[in-house]
Design a protein around this ligand. Structure first.
Ligand code: HDE
Length: 702
């Protein structure tokens, strides 16, 4: 029914009652009883006390009081979407799992992206690992890959997880800082945990501040196992590679995005799906056998190590698209329960001590969060491609209750039975050894791959790692923690250690940390580890912010819009007023953002299409100057019409600062070439000229 047709009535106190027309839109209690008045509780006398007898009031408040469930202890802030996986190449030589052998089959899936440290209401662009948890609803049951956007982890043994998480989250006495690791407790723990050094390189890199969920890789992290019909095992690592390439933002940009749009990542994915451009990922595997594992430099069971793609290439076997919103955030994103133990026949575990610990933790945590062992009955957690039949029963909120007399097995009545032919069989690993609390010596090298990651980065990416370390350690109050960290960096890369020491103002370089195993410096760089080397060289899927004013040249705006659309990118019009701007052809162009709500950090590149009057007006506006100055400082491509130069100048960009990343939009062809350049995503050369810390970086690097 349309709002205008709703019959309304005023109560004696002037309150508005919207009246139902028939049973189809009559408000009811949870018991189905029709409600006559939802504006006033039952009271004795017009200004008298409220009466307990009012069951509708009590039920409504009671339910509201219990709306919250505990947030996840980690990965509380998440965003879920539905998608579909299609297999293109069979792994029948390695596994019996149908999802990995039936080419062309489509498997429904649900993905939940998340940050780790922040609470549910924190901001999206924290410096953090991103969760990339995937649930495949296969024909043989649910298979979860509870993945991250970083292929290694902080610790080698699950027993350290509570310590690591406590140290990263808010400090217990004060309850802050929120969603950030830039504080003493985190770095204290890290400085005493050398095994985390490889992960530290990743989280100090721009991987931890992705531009979008759409431009992130995903990694299963652990070595898992594929199992064939004869019970033979093959090690496997899972990879998700975004078809649109990798991209991250700058740290200064992330700080500002969090202020202007704390929901930046979720809004980006929501909009991409709404616009009909759902993101896609290739699904890949690294397959290897015991011989490889035996001769590999590191232990394949150690989750602080990668297997470089140059050594074991990622074989792409399928792809998935994430193309549907949830109907209800709570029902799906909040109630989804991922468990690493959810595997299907043909897929198994290894002895990675993190994975073994996770297999306990995820099941356990669901009981705390969802309150009942029947969390598997919640629709988002139910298998879809196969029946569920067993004799488990009862418990809180049992929704799936068996009929009939039999609730045990074996029985003489009939009902589900074991099936040796299709049932799940664990990999029959030969194990022996002494029972002891030990760490294998094969886990002892903590620095070599950290160094390999660092030298695999482009120079600007190395600078960002240094910048991030300086930022984070500058927030530590204890000087000894800063020094200890620099001591670790000396085992990774001497130039990085020196740059960070300079940035922190340390008067002398601390001694290198004692290393359990001598760090190697012979591991070759791996191109797969750099974001920039795996960027798209195209503006597709990215967003242009077009700042316009009254009197701006309509032809240029139209050319920009046409070029953006041709590339498969999107744009947003930003104007002094949200009502829009009247262009020089007399047409009114509606704006998506008023300049104050549309800072340039929300865009991958910006265009300034202003009339002389518009530029003069905006040149005296602080927000408009920030729009340009930030785009410049964040090394973005900036297209501008000549009339916009006064604003550029007032934003602090003088004639001597103009560089090839600033492109004049004189006509349709210059618009095209501007957007071609935007495909590089950033004009990185500029960053070395606009950042004070660049000098220390350049000096130490040379
Ligand atoms: Fe998790 N982790 N984790 N983790 N993790 C959880 O499970 C845990 C680890 C990851 O969107 C919790 O349902 C232990 C690695 C993701 O719902 C909890 C250890 C990786 C998500 C838990 C690890 C992850 C979680 C909290 C060390 C990358 C979000 C709420 C052994 C491969 C899932 C929950 C979602 C969530 C435990 C380490 C990824 C407490 C004990 C390594 C993506 O069970």
């Amino acid at each position: 029914m349309s709002a205008s047709k709703i019959k309304t009535e005023r109560g004696e106190g002037g309150e508005l009652h919207q009246l139902a027309s028939d049973a189809s839109d009559t408000l009811t209690t949870q018991q189905g009883v029709a409600v006559a008045d939802d504006q006033n509780s039952l009271r004795l006398g017009e200004r008298g006390p409220t009466l307990l007898e009012d069951f509708h009031f009590r039920e409504k408040i009671f339910h509201f009081d219990h709306e919250r469930i505990p947030e996840r202890v980690v990965h509380a802030r998440g965003f879920g979407v539905h998608g579909r996986f299609v297999l293109k190449e069979s792994l029948a030589d390695y596994t019996t799992a149908k999802i990995l052998t039936e080419v062309g089959e489509e498997t429904p899936m649900f993905v939940r992206f998340s940050t780790v440290a922040g609470n549910k209401g924190s901001f999206d662009l924290a410096r953090d690992v991103r969760g990339f948890a995937v649930k495949f609803y296969t024909k043989e049951g649910n298979w979860d890959i509870v993945a991250n956007n970083i292929p290694v982890f902080f610790i080698q043994d699950a027993i350290k997880f509570p310590d690591m998480v406590h140290a990263a989250k808010q400090e217990p006495d004060r309850g802050f800082p929120q969603a950030q690791t830039a504080h003493d407790n985190f770095w204290d723990f890290i400085s005493l945990t050398p095994e985390s050094m490889h992960m530290i390189m990743w989280i100090m890199s721009d991987r931890a501040i992705p531009r979008s969920f759409r431009f992130m890789e995903g990694f299963g992290v652990h070595s898992f196992r594929l199992i064939d019909a004869k019970g033979k095992g093959t090690y496997v690592k899972f990879h998700f590679k975004p078809k649109m390439g990798l991209q991250s933002v700058l740290w200064n940009e992330a700080l500002k995005i969090n202020g202007s749009d704390p929901d930046f990542h979720r809004r980006d994915l929501w909009d991409a799906i709404d616009l009909g451009s759902p993101p896609e990922w290739d699904f890949g595997v690294q397959l290897f056998d015991d011989d490889f594992a035996d001769q590999f430099e590191f232990d394949v069971l150690d989750a602080t190590k990668i297997i470089p793609e140059e050594q074991v290439p990622v074989k792409i076997i399928g792809s998935f698209v994430l193309d549907a919103h949830v109907d209800n955030f709570f029902a799906e994103t909040e109630q989804v329960a991922f468990c690493t133990q959810n595997v299907v026949p043909g897929i198994g575990f290894t002895n990675d001590p993190l994975l073994q610990g996770r297999n306990f933790s995820y099941l356990d945590t669901q009981l705390k969060r969802l309150g009942s062992p029947n969390f598997t009955h919640i629709p988002i957690n139910q298998p879809r491609g196969c029946p569920v039949m067993n004799y488990q029963q009862d418990g809180h909120m049992a929704m799936r209750n068996p009929k009939g007399r039999v609730n045990y097995e074996p029985n003489s009545w009939g009902g589900p039975r074991e099936n040796p032919a299709t049932g799940y069989r664990h990999f029959a690993a030969e194990e022996n050894g002494r029972k002891a609390q030990v760490r294998s010596a094969t886990f002892a090298d903590h620095y070599s791959q950290a160094r390999q990651f660092f030298i695999s980065q482009e120079p600007i990416e190395r600078k960002h790692i240094g910048d991030a370390l300086v930022f984070e350690l500058s927030k530590c109050e204890r000087v000894d923690i800063r020094e200890k960290m620099v001591g670790h960096l000396r085992n990774i890369d001497e130039t990085l250690a020196k740059t960070v020491a300079t940035g922190l103002g340390l008067k002398k370089l601390p001694a290198a940390a004692e290393a359990a195993a001598t760090p190697r410096d012979d591991l070759p760089p791996s191109a797969a580890l750099s974001i920039i080397r795996n960027g798209p060289q195209s503006f597709a899927g990215r967003k242009l912010g077009i700042l316009v004013s009254d009197g701006a040249e309509a032809a240029i705006v139209e050319a920009l819009i046409a070029a953006v659309e041709k590339l498969g990118a999107v744009y947003e019009i930003v104007a002094p007023q949200v009502g829009g701007a009247t262009l020089d052809d007399g047409g009114l162009l509606a704006a998506r953002q008023k300049i104050d709500g549309g800072p340039s950090v929300l865009y991958d590149a910006v265009a300034l299409v202003l009339s002389p009057e518009g530029a003069a007006m905006l040149a005296s506006d602080k927000t408009a100057k920030d729009f340009v100055a930030d785009a410049f400082g964040h090394a973005k491509f900036i297209g501008y019409v000549a009339d916009a130069l006064p604003l550029i100048d007032k934003a602090g960009i003088g004639e001597e600062d103009m560089d090839p990343g600033l492109i004049e939009l004189a006509d349709a062809s210059s618009v095209e070439s501007f957007l071609q350049s935007c495909g590089q995503l950033r004009f990185w050369d500029r960053e070395l000229r606009v950042d004070l810390d660049a000098q220390a970086f350049l000096d130490n690097a040379s």
